[in-house]
Design a binder for this molecule. Structure first.
Ligand SMILES: Cc1cc2nc3c(=O)[nH]c(=O)nc-3n(C[C@H](O)[C@H](O)[C@H](O)COP(=O)(O)O)c2cc1C
Length: 239
């Protein structure tokens, strides 16, 4: 029992977002296993809202080319960004404390590890652009849900995605969930052949981590349980 607990805790705590990958394919059987494990996630009324699109090879290459070109165009003409809308708001319209500080800490932490300084907009653009290359991963995933589904489906989806990332990690694979793609939802939906009844939830890079790359050493902090938990009784205090 303890060994099982330790294994699961180790898997959860060692997972991190992987942003550089080896140029090595992932067998279809391995992907199928990971998706089957992910689908054991619980969901309200067992509605299983997930729908997954797997991109590899030529189809992935064409989408990467298309979206990178768009991303570059928007860098030069930021006013055109309003033409590209996500299917739902992942991030808040207005960032308030403490989320704003955490977001900044995360972004600047990553950039400073890479030697990118404030004001170096071209370098930041190039780094952000790597999202749209799936960070060099051999597999790109897109997740959609039926447009009729509400916020509950997003809770269910989160569990599915975490399962997927842990099942992948357990097989030595790395992942990076990506909301970055959401700005280009319409372009993606038509490329992957999704129907008008679906909305894009997010994308994800998946593949074998390239641990020689500095970016994969990026670690992120977490608050401890006591910082975000209100104990309403003292009956469970140890001892
Ligand atoms: C739904 C979701 C979307 C995310 N989108 C992006 C993204 O577009 N690009 C990126 O580099 N990281 C993205 N991340 C990764 C987060 O930045 C990362 O999970 C967080 O900083 C904690 O780091 P860790 O995953 O290494 O533990 C996303 C994470 C989640 C859960």
């Amino acid at each position: 029992m303890n060994a099982r607990k330790n294994l699961l805790d180790e898997l959860i705590c060692s997972r991190h977002s992987v942003r550089a990958y080896l140029d090595k394919p992932v067998p279809r059987s391995c992907l199928t296993e990971v998706l089957d494990v992910a689908a054991r996630a619980p969901s309200g009324s067992n509605m299983q809202p997930w729908k997954v699109y797997v991109l590899q090879g030529e189809l992935k290459r064409i989408l990467v080319q298309k979206v990178c070109a768009l991303h570059d165009e928007l860098f030069l003409n930021p006013q055109k960004a309003q033409l590209y809308k996500p299917h739902y708001a992942y991030y808040p319209k207005e960032w308030v404390s403490p989320f704003l500080e955490r977001r900044r800490e995360n972004g600047w932490g990553l950039y400073s590890l890479l030697g990118i300084e404030r004001g170096e907009k071209e370098k930041m653009h190039q780094q952000h652009r790597k999202n749209f290359e799936f960070f060099g991963a051999p597999v790109g995933l897109f997740f959609t849900a039926h447009r009729s589904l509400e916020g509950g489906a997003l809770i269910d989806y989160g569990m599915f995605l975490q399962n997927l990332m842990l099942a992948a990690k357990g097989r030595g694979l790395g992942t990076c969930p990506q909301a970055a793609w959401n700005s280009f939802s319409e372009v993606i939906m038509s490329h992957i052949g999704a129907s008008e009844h679906e909305k894009l939830i997010c994308g994800m890079s998946l593949g074998w981590p390239d641990n020689a790359q500095l970016i994969n050493s990026f670690g992120t902090p977490r608050l401890s349980a006591d910082a975000f938990t209100t104990w309403l009784d003292d009956e469970t205090i140890d001892g």
